[in-house]
Design a binder for this molecule. Structure first.
Ligand SMILES: Nc1ncnc2c1ncn2[C@@H]1O[C@H](COP(=O)(O)OP(=O)(O)OP(=O)(O)O)[C@@H](O)[C@H]1O
Ligand SMILES: [Mg+2]
Length: 256
């Protein structure tokens, strides 16, 4: 399972990605979560620590021509082994690094390392049976610049609003231009009784994986700065994300 979670800003990508990662890990999958956002959304939603400095900063250096490369002795397998950190339920988390008041500059090495590692994950045989699940920042930019080369399936997290659907459509077009083998699944999030889920499905032309209800527990977890699974394990949104995990199961995904 190789997934990239994409969509408009605030559509719920990080909550869905993090909860899904932990639920899949609880089912016995080994899960590598990839956070290519410079905001700490995924780590907070996972309930993982946000390190002050990106661990991957140690993985890349510049040669005399100014070009970045992974440090000697570190290939993609070792980078994941050494620089991914532990998150709850046994999820391993590889992070790009956060922007703080010093700006982006302190994380340039980690950005370069991250980009090189994700482009070579396909060579890492020991990850063959892992779930790889990336949480991308808002909008189409990272998709356009090939920040999810590992993904076989793009999980579009969409609110049932026009703006959210238009952004998702743009992302689908960009991803299809670059990758003719990519698959797409739709998750409609923050669904209320009046929401028109079918409209989103028809508008995007992408099969619906499932819906997640608008749920105050999600907002409460956000306010408390903890993972939804830890604050409200029985929340309706958690049960809905369990059903997404069921639908993604290798035995069921072929039916999509
Ligand atoms: N099902 C839901 N019910 C209620 N609130 C939700 C739901 N899903 C997400 N939210 C809220 O929406 C906001 C955005 O969620 P989240 O950070 O997961 O989105 P995101 O797409 O990762 O955002 P960003 O684009 O900033 O990375 C948060 O305040 C979160 O609590
Ligand atoms: Mg996010």
């Amino acid at each position: 399972m190789r997934l990239a979670v994409v969509g408009k800003g605030g559509s719920g990508k990080s909550v869905v990605a993090a909860t899904l990662a932990r639920l899949l890990a609880r089912r016995g999958h080994r899960v590598l979560a990839l956070d290519s956002d410079t905001l700490p959304g995924l780590s907070i939603s996972l309930g993982a620590d946000v390190p002050d400095d990106a661990p991957l900063n140690a993985a890349a250096e510049r040669n005399e021509k100014g070009r970045w490369h992974l440090v000697k002795g570190v290939g993609p397998a070792r980078a994941v082994q050494r620089y991914a950190t532990d998150a709850p339920d046994g999820v391993r988390l590889l992070q790009l690094g956060k922007t703080d008041k010093r700006g982006l500059a302190p994380n340039r090495a980690s950005h370069n390392a991250f980009y090189q590692v994700i482009h070579r994950l396909g060579d890492v045989r020991s990850l063959d049976d892992w779930v790889i699940l990336g949480d991308l920042p808002a909008g189409p930019r990272q998709t356009a610049f090939d920040w999810a080369p590992y993904a076989r399936r793009f999980l579009l997290v969409v609110e049932p609003t026009w703006q959210s659907m238009l952004t998702a459509r743009r992302i689908i077009r960009i991803a299809r231009e670059q990758r003719d083998d990519a698959e797409f699944s739709l998750v409609v999030n923050k669904v209320t009784p009046e929401a028109d889920v079918q409209r989103a499905e028809q508008f995007l032309g992408v099969p619906l994986l499932g819906t997640v209800p608008a749920d105050d527990d999600v907002r409460a977890a956000e306010r408390a700065g903890v993972a939804l699974l830890d604050l409200a394990p029985d929340a309706p949104a958690v049960h809905a994300i369990e059903r997404l995990a069921d639908a993604l199961d290798v035995r069921n995904i072929d039916r999509l």
